[in-house]
Design a protein around this ligand. Sequence first.
Ligand code: RIB
Length: 325
Amino acid sequence: MAARRRAGDDQLMTRQLIILTDPGQDQAAAILTILGRPDAFEVLGLVATAGNIGLDHTLGNCLKLLELAGRPDIPVFAGAPLPMRRDLVMAEHVHGPTGLDGPDLPTPAIRPQAQHGVDFIIETLRSRPEGSVTICGLSPLTNLALAFRIAPDIVPRVKEIVAMLGAYFELGNITPTAEFNCYVDPEAADVVLRSGLKITLLPLDVTHQMRSTRGRLDAFSALGNRSGRATDEMLTFSEAFDLKKYGWDGAPLHGPCVPAYMLAPEIFDGRTCAVEVELTGKLTQGMTVVDYWQITGKAHNAFWVRSGDANAYYRLITEAIGNLP
Ligand code: RIB
């Protein structure tokens, strides 16, 4: 039976986050949601991933978003420019040539850190108390997997991983069987899923229920702040591809499901189960194979979120973004 996780003591504490991201308008909304809730999240740093668009753009987009949100103090690090073993597949067809098309955000004045993103992950996990840092995965998991391979000692030091990744009851979005974040770097997803850590996945199964209808997008602009207006403009741009593809009344809003889950797990449903990644299938590379019905008896390695309350979700993220400049 699907179970709801109750808000527990964890939800009352401020989470220290390392954010893995390749913004990407939906991920921009996720980052703004996080920054709008400083009571719940302390952002230790953003690690730019190659994914939706090349690393040069995702790095600059991270900087633009922090300036938009009035948080130039948060450090940004460049991660690897390529997946662990494959050529980079991007999603310009959804996100535009800059990856953050829609609003005209100014060229950022702030600069990225000189330290590599993988080294930042390793150093932070080694220097912070064990079990104090949550990995917020909005992108392919390349840089986390590289950190785990370079420094296996940091793995048990992670509090937990909450990531937007995979699809099972929903079909794939970049191939008929694979979700984009997993497809771009399936080897990285495999390393992370085998880590033995507490992992919560927000797959297309749930993100496809979180549709950005016009009314929901208008609510961002109605906030009257620059972050709300930019969110509306970003998502209005990026939704065009999905509206045509799916024919729905709104496009799926993927990224903010990650912070929303950390803020209010009780609005989501799912269950722990065995989740594996197909690495060699001719037609199924990057597919998340989920033993949701417990057929194999394999050890459970992730909490798989299958559904959620869309109205509560949009209330949560809109309220958070309303706290920003
Ligand atoms: O499949 C959805 C994911 O792929 C989101 O993170 C979106 O930004 C794209 O990267």
